[in-house]
Design a protein around this ligand. Structure first.
Ligand code: AMP
Ligand code: MG
Length: 271
């Protein structure tokens, strides 16, 4: 699944990445779902090790257009993981207090501690996406943020945080389908936000902003993955595989406290 990782320092064109791509799983949806179940079980096992070992920190960032599937991916990938082991943070329009601080203030406060997995549903990238598209701050301000974000993420990485960033890449047509579904299905209607239609009109501006953000901030310490997201099952599979591969590569071990097991067993039996 490395093919979806964006190489640092290279020119990046979104048009090279098809939202419909199914990689080696073309026509293999069932196999894809079986693999997903395996990765989920593995992530669950690795999460327990992560907690016990208390050494690594994992930060997973999701960004996408409306309807891109951020919520669905979180649900599908972390389904089955101990709910005590994963914390999900959604970043909304900043509050007055948040706006009084620098844009990374609220972000830093939510980063994972040792042994933790934290998932960001939206993130500091909103500050170079929606903020840029809507001119919420002048260009002189947002254009400095790419470097600031890289420095911030590098600091987190040097202190032991592994950062994985996923852009869920849907097409304009697929977004229309999903918005229609939100209007038509009573159980999805609550998700429809009329404001999303205004954002949809700004699709080209958003794509340029994503392209720039991904090109400028895919680093070796915090890479971006551009995930084909028109098919939910394949999107879930790719994201789960990247997370499982990353956690597996740490070769975590259960800590082995140097205690006299026999002695404590004896004491326990006699108690
Ligand atoms: P949702 O994720 O659908 O609940 O919507 C959250 C909304 O908050 C989206 O419209 C985001 O663009 C917006 N948002 C998140 N972060 C920021 C930010 N830093 N500045 C402005 N709007 C933001
Ligand atoms: Mg929304």
């Amino acid at each position: 699944m490395d093919r979806y990782r964006i190489e640092p320092g290279k020119k990046f064109k979104l048009s090279d990445y098809s939202p419909d791509d199914l990689g080696d799983f073309e026509g293999k949806k069932q196999k894809g779902n079986e693999k997903l179940a395996e990765y989920r079980a593995e992530i669950d096992r690795l999460q327990e090790l992560l907690y016990c070992e208390h050494k690594h920190r994992l930060l997973v960032v999701f960004q996408a257009m409306d309807g891109g599937g951020k919520d669905g991916t979180v649900r599908a990938v972390f389904d089955g993981v101990n709910p005590q082991g994963v914390r999900v943070t959604s970043f909304k329009v900043p509050t007055e207090i948040e706006l009084d601080h620098d844009y990374l203030w609220r972000i830093h406060a939510q980063t994972p501690g040792k042994g933790e997995i934290v998932v960001f549903n939206r993130s500091h990238y909103e500050d170079v996406l929606v903020v840029r598209v809507h001119n919420l701050v002048p260009k002189e301000v947002w254009k400095k943020r790419y470097k600031q974000i890289n420095d911030f993420e590098q600091q987190l990485a040097e202190e032991g945080t592994t950062i994985l960033k996923f852009f869920l890449n849907i097409s304009l047509d697929e977004q229309k389908e999903r918005m229609l579904e939100r209007l038509e299905m009573p159980e999805k209607r609550w998700k429809f936000n009329p404001g999303d239609l205004d954002e949809r009109k700004l699709w080209p501006e958003y794509m340029s902003a994503f392209e720039d953000a991904i090109e400028k901030t895919s680093t070796k310490w915090a890479p971006w993955y551009v995930i084909p997201a028109n098919r939910n099952w394949y999107r879930n599979l790719v994201v789960a595989s990247v997370i499982a591969d990353t956690m597996r590569s740490w070769k975590m071990q259960y800590p082995d406290p140097q205690i006299d097991v026999e002695l404590y067993k004896k004491q326990l039996m006699e108690s």
